[in-house]
Write a protein that binds this ligand. Sequence first.
Ligand SMILES: Cc1cc2nc3c(=O)[nH]c(=O)nc-3n(C[C@H](O)[C@H](O)[C@H](O)COP(=O)(O)O)c2cc1C
Length: 174
Amino acid sequence: MGEDIFFQRRSVRSFILDKDIPSEDIEYILKAAMHAPSANNTQSWEFIVIKDRSKIDEMSKTHQYTKPLSSAPLAILVCADMKPNGKDINKFWEQNASAAIENILLAATYRGIGSLWMGIAPIEEYMTKMKNMFALPEHVNPVAIIALGYAKTNFDMSKRENRFEQEKVHYEKY
Ligand SMILES: Cc1cc2nc3c(=O)[nH]c(=O)nc-3n(C[C@H](O)[C@H](O)[C@H](O)COP(=O)(O)O)c2cc1C
């Protein structure tokens, strides 16, 4: 298996709380996010960058699996503009945002920063929580929370499993 970032990236759930991410790295990660592909090139994403401890702690209570935020120095709430050109409904909102999210994770890996993708959409309860907390406008949907920071313990790359499964690949027909 190659040493490319695709294979190095793993979910990090325990961060060094007081080790901040340099602003150049945050900017790089956001640039990478906005370089993602999107249906009709709508670039229908919005990002809320959160460093405020009390806000991140509040976000960690969104659901059972957002607890890792409690040690993260930074969170990004990735949102989708449902009407990116002011009128048409953006049917591909989750796919567009997800492409941006994967770029965030890979850009972070490239810069030696750990990350975690925590799902918000399409669960109404979680979406409402984030909508209220950040007073999102009607046409903006929260999609996911990304935790970013330096991993407390680095993943042992020698323990990586091979996830390639030949039987999941179909040629010409299922
Ligand atoms: C849509 C989506 C939602 C996820 N939500 C959570 C979450 O809420 N909490 C969490 O700890 N991990 C979450 N994850 C991370 C997955 O659990 C993780 O990617 C998976 O177990 C594979 O591990 P790896 O990222 O280390 O390769 C989510 C991943 C995706 C793609």
